[in-house]
Design a protein around this ligand. Sequence first.
Ligand code: C5P
Length: 296
Amino acid sequence: MGVTVFSPAKLNLFLAVTGRRPDGFHDLVSVAAPLDFGDELEAETGGRGYALACDDPAVPVDGSNLVLRAAGAYAVATGWDEPVRFRLTKRIPVGAGLGGGSSNAVAALRALNQLAGGRLGEAQLAGLAAALGSDCALFLAQAPVVMRGRGERVEPLAPGAAARLRGRRVLVFKPAFGISTPWAYGRMVARGTDYLPADQAEARLARWLGGEAAAEELLYNNMEPAAFEKYVPLPLLLAKLRAEFGVAVAMSGSGSACYALLHEPDTRGDAEVTAMSRRLREWAGAEIFMQEARLA
Ligand code: C5P
């Protein structure tokens, strides 16, 4: 028996890291949304134990991979331990702030739960997912959410606010270098000056949620200064995009992927995508990753 599960990428439209916690994680207030672009995970019973294959040789397929860690957690929680072969088709770049690892973990939990006949409900899946990655709750929600705590507390956006995001076209791009999430948070700690106090973060978010402003007005990420300090080309790319195309741009999560909100929601925007892609390649080199997508 086999199942195939879509494993989307995400974007943070709003990300305010508010401070460091005693457990070493950071508290944050964020608005994030899954994209219609992502990886694919196939799971099939058979073989011996758990096995993982991936089409991207740069992705480790040993026990450190979140797919196999999720499988282990699922077996412990349910006692269902049939052998499963996973095949991951990787499209989300690693070290990008697009949530690929957390998304793959959630995809593995969903695949296993289907194979095992739905042994766990949503709340139990959420409990397992929270221990695997800070973005897992968002991927379980499968909708635009407000994230709090270290990311594990999510609530769906109110319908009016979600409607201002849903379907928006974006151009996601990532230079050849990636950023490790612990490194980015480590830089925030070292800099010490980038945190936005929780009450200010909540007030800023509440203004957007309670108003009518478009998605452009929501964009904010206070992890940018830490990332930009090391990777100087990134802010230059964003500034050039803003100046030449008049688009709103931001970094997603801890980077290094950034995105531009496109002006046109339909195919009239194709010309904008083409022009932007050409300029990004000129500025950042041929190895830049680019992907057009929509907020789901
Ligand atoms: O949970 P996740 O695997 O995404 O986190 C990777 C690392 O990023 C954590 O070990 C921690 O160092 C840092 N992190 C953090 N605060 C968060 C999320 C992640 O400090 N809210």
